[in-house]
Design a protein around this ligand. Structure first.
Ligand SMILES: NC(=O)c1ccc[n+]([C@@H]2O[C@H](COP(=O)([O-])OP(=O)(O)OC[C@H]3O[C@@H](n4cnc5c(N)ncnc54)[C@H](O)[C@@H]3O)[C@@H](O)[C@H]2O)c1
Length: 258
């Protein structure tokens, strides 16, 4: 039987997939700490979710801020699920156009952040012998051509980190897995299409680009993340959430990256 999430931390939880995960934890009767740099959206979300939800300002590229967020989630009771989800598209363009500092900033946001979140999640979970970590990868964790270059490299590395840490924690009652969304209707996708606050455009364009004719929503991806958090015998996996587009050879139809 799937475990319920009773106490969780979600990074990048103020918007999009992270907010949908936080909503799912609350709907299941759990408590959640939302960690994000967007104070306004984060505070508005926890205001809507009620007393079982708390917000902490946290830049996931800062080890001290990640450690503080994990400690807040583990303050009252052991944290049983940590979602390393925060991210953005990062640097875009042809490979020869990339500045080294933009590459480093993107790797910090998309990979170092996951390393830090996983490190501190395991720090508090291993002593209790229980806990699930779910990292947000992407279909760009699996193939080229589905995201910008540095994004693709970082998301491949997230999958590698998940597989490696799965071996480290396998005898300690912990699990770590990745979700790999295709294009999903969030402000990240909306921003790529021109206006971060216009979710109608990605809804329509992702529906058109999908073989199913239906777009993947943040709630669809959150359902998969919450499933992995409750699945005690799934460890080191990368679960694709794209309505079947990648197996149907449809995932590369829309390219907004180069
Ligand atoms: N939407 C998609 O099409 C899609 C597809 C595949 C993977 N993903 C991944 O899903 C994850 C969530 O993205 P989303 O689509 O929900 O985007 P989103 O923009 O809706 O939400 C991302 C959240 O992360 C936060 N964030 C950004 N930088 C941060 C930082 N340094 N520290 C803490 N929080 C920070 C933002 O403030 C925002 O609340 C990302 O890792 C992204 O790469 C998204």
């Amino acid at each position: 039987m799937a475990r319920q999430v009773s106490s969780a931390l979600v990074t990048g939880g103020a918007r999009g997939i992270g907010a949908a995960i936080a909503e799912g934890v609350i709907a299941g009767g759990g408590r959640v700490v939302v960690a994000d740099v967007d104070d306004e959206a984060g505070l508005a979300l926890v205001g809507r979710l009620g007393a079982a939800a708390r917000f902490i300002h946290c830049d996931v590229t800062s080890e001290s801020q990640v450690a503080a967020a994990v400690d807040l989630a583990a303050e009252a009771a052991p944290v049983d699920a940590v979602f390393a989800n925060a991210g953005a598209v990062g640097t875009i363009g042809r490979i020869e156009e990339h500045a080294l500092e933009d590459y480093r900033r993107t790797m910090d946001l998309l990979l170092t952040s996951v390393f830090l979140t996983v490190k501190h999640a395991v720090r508090v979970m291993r002593p209790h012998g229980a806990g699930a970590i779910v990292c947000t990868g992407s279909v760009a964790s699996l193939r080229g051509g589905l995201g910008p270059h540095v994004y693709t490299a970082a998301k491949h590395a997230v999958k590698g980190l998940v597989e490696s840490v799965a071996v480290d924690i396998v005898r300690d009652g912990l699990t770590i897995n990745a979700i790999a969304p295709g294009g999903a209707v969030t402000s990240l996708a909306a921003g790529l299409m021109g206006d971060r606050d216009d979710l109608e455009t990605p809804y329509r364009r992702l529906a058109e680009a999908s073989a199913s004719g239906v777009p993947t929503t943040a709630a669809d991806v959150a359902d998969a993340a919450l499933f992995l958090a409750g699945a005690s015998r799934i460890n080191g996996a990368c679960l694709v959430v794209d309505g079947g587009d990648s197996v149907l050879g449809n995932a590369g139809r829309a390219s907004y990256y180069v």
